[in-house]
Write a protein that binds this ligand. Structure first.
Ligand code: ATP
Ligand code: MG
Length: 259
């Protein structure tokens, strides 16, 4: 069985549970995910009275097998983003999923003024809270300039050559992959994860990709809807987590007026 570069922890007593255990990536300027410096395996099963071979099998099957990357603008982050990240992490047994906050999403450029990258990163960190194995990453913001996934994947490969990378996209994005910058190089760097919301048609990505499909309940919400809600004075709760609502309020984003 492949462990995809992870070595099972020989000393379960020292395992520390909790996803955001170091909180390292929740700080701007620390774009390198903490799992790349400090790989720990949570959820080590209770071994009870199992024989040694059984214990080994169970532990091997629980080993996380890589790093998911859910890219987006996150302006603002909402529970659809969180649900997608959680579902993919669980379905594919990933060590961690990064909410990768785009610095300058070139495909959205020119459509509307985006909130500052720092604000979007802070909101994304706040949205993650203590969700296990989900983290906001500032890698693309720290890199600066227009954001291309190809650069992000190359950078992650360099930082963590042993990690298997999983590029997570919605089925709408899967159909547009051929428009991405240097798209023909992407399949050599990551497995594509297509998140299919209930009712989605089976999206066929361009040839060459190794594909995993993960289904999730349809939460028909978007950041655009959330911005419109703020403008109209309609509630964000429960579509945006309370800590993010507080930050939107405190920063006066999206035309928020506290009246
Ligand atoms: P906007 O309305 O500004 O386009 P968005 O809600 O689509 O924002 P993005 O930051 O563009 O959010 O999306 C980042 C990623 O999250 C994309 O892969 C997208 O498919 C996915 N995503 C967005 N909304 C949802 C949702 N409701 N459920 C599951 N995945 C979602
Ligand atoms: Mg969108």
């Amino acid at each position: 069985m492949s462990t995809d570069g992870f070595v099972p922890d020989p000393n379960p007593e020292q395992v520390v549970s909790g996803g955001n255990d170091t909180g390292v990536t929740a700080q701007r300027g620390e774009g390198v995910p903490s799992e790349m410096r400090d790989i720990r395996h949570d959820h080590v099963p209770t071994e009870g009275s199992l024989s040694t071979p059984d214990r080994t099998l169970i532990r091997m099957s629980q080993v996380r097998r890589g790093l998911g990357i859910l890219g987006g603008t996150f302006d603002p982050p909402h529970i659809g983003h969180l649900a997608a990240a959680v579902e993919v992490r669980s379905a594919l047994h990933l060590e961690r999923v990064l909410l990768m906050v785009a610095n300058e999403p070139w495909q959205k450029a020119g459509n509307r003024p985006l909130s500052a990258p720092q604000d979007r990163f802070d909101l994304t960190s706040a949205s993650v809270g203590d969700l296990e194995g989900i983290e906001a990453s500032s890698l693309e913001i720290d890199r600066g300039g227009p954001t291309y996934s190809i650069d992000t994947l190359h950078q992650l490969k360099e930082i963590a050559p042993d990690q298997q990378l999983f590029l997570i996209v919605g089925s709408d994005a899967a159909l547009n992959l051929h428009t991405w910058h240097r798209h023909e190089e992407l399949p050599g760097l990551a497995t594509l994860v297509i998140v299919e919301r209930d009712g989605d048609r089976n999206a066929e990505p361009p040839a060459g990709w190794s594909v995993e499909r993960v289904s999730m309940p349809r939460l028909d919400i978007s950041s655009s809807d959330m911005r419109e809600r703020v403008r109209d004075g309609r509630p964000l709760n429960p579509f945006v987590v309370p800590d993010v609502i507080n930050e939107i309020n405190a920063r006066g984003l999206y035309g928020f007026t506290d009246s």
